[in-house]
Ligand binder design. Structure first.
Ligand SMILES: Nc1nc2c(ncn2[C@@H]2O[C@H](COP(=O)(O)OP(=O)(O)O)[C@@H](O)[C@H]2O)c(=O)[nH]1
Ligand SMILES: [Mg+2]
Length: 284
């Protein structure tokens, strides 16, 4: 069993990412026919997510509760994943258990750092989530980041510094895997950098954030990814499979062509977080 959590700012695509995974068995595209992957939603929360996936992805609906639930009544998503890799006779099984933390948990990290610097002893907001996050049976977390311009490098860096302090305090610095992903990487400025996100996305656009992570997390426990739940229109058609919905905010988008839907790189970060082994983005 691999337990992980997903954190990231509000609107970074966390819930949509999980909805994409839950929807995988229902996906009817060419790519699905040559799939190496079987994903089965196991428990009620995950089946509910699967039922809502189409609305979440095509209509841009939000699953998030208006009020932050406590960590005890957060939905827990459980996926049974079979991965058929070439040259291997038996499929590899991953029993993934994921919690999708509300965006506020990440967004409030920066406040915690500034308070802590001035008033030693102040406990972070959402302490119970951080305790839950660093429980010993939790293998690691997927951090979804979504912006790359202006002051955001500083902001992300500060938030992650607070995150690292908490990880340290809970004595998980040595054995907690951290996968940091730029989400929605079908966006034109990011797509060419997806093959080496470490260098071409993070080093280039978020060097401060990257340096904070690299300074504090052992190399074997840190990995950078580019992912996109919506993906592009085809292997030879890099146009984003997305329409900006525009009604709510600039960051809101919906899927453009359902029958060409192919998420990009959903499995590699989950696989690494649960097994510590790397696979390519082409395993779909
Ligand atoms: N362009 C693009 N938009 C996405 C992608 N994934 C999610 N979104 C959009 O980002 C917005 C926020 O997504 P959501 O999953 O609710 O974010 P959360 O707050 O992190 O759970 C929604 O409008 C989604 O449709 C993606 O891969 N590409
Ligand atoms: Mg959400």
């Amino acid at each position: 069993m691999g337990n992980i959590v997903i954190i990231g700012p509000r609107g970074s695509g966390k819930t949509t990412f999980l909805a994409g995974l839950a929807y995988w068995p229902k996906l009817k595209t060419k790519i699905k026919q040559k799939t190496q992957l079987n994903v089965t939603p196991v428990n009620e929360d995950t089946k509910k997510l699967q039922n809502m996936a189409e609305d979440l992805i095509s209509e841009g609906e939000s699953l998030e509760a208006t009020k932050i639930p406590t960590h005890k009544n957060l939905p827990v998503f459980n996926f049974y994943i079979e991965l058929n890799q070439r040259l291997k006779k038996e499929p590899e099984i991953i029993n993934l258990v994921v919690k999708d933390y509300p965006g506020e948990i990440f967004d409030d990290l920066a406040d915690y750092l500034s308070q802590q610097e001035f008033h030693y002893g102040i406990r972070p907001k959402h302490e119970e989530f951080w305790q839950d996050c660093f429980l010993p049976d939790n293998l690691g977390c997927l951090i979804l980041l979504t912006k790359w311009w202006g002051k955001v490098d500083r902001e992300y860096g500060k938030s992650l510094e607070a995150f690292i302090n908490l990880m340290d305090e809970k004595q998980r610095t040595k054995d907690f895997r951290v996968a940091v992903a730029m989400s929605k990487c079908e966006r034109g400025e990011l797509w060419p950098g997806r093959l080496e996100p470490d260098r071409d996305i993070f080093q280039r656009h978020l060097p401060y954030t990257k340096s904070i992570l690299e300074k504090n997390i052992p190399k074997k426990n840190l990995c950078f990814y580019a992912i996109s739940t919506f993906g592009v229109l085809g292997d030879n058609d890099p146009r984003p499979n997305r329409i900006n919905s525009g009604t709510k905010s600039l960051e809101m988008a919906v899927l453009r062509e359902k029958n060409k839907w192919q998420p990009y790189n959903a499995i590699a970060p989950l696989y690494w977080l649960t097994t510590g082994k790397k696979i390519g983005a082409n395993v779909q």
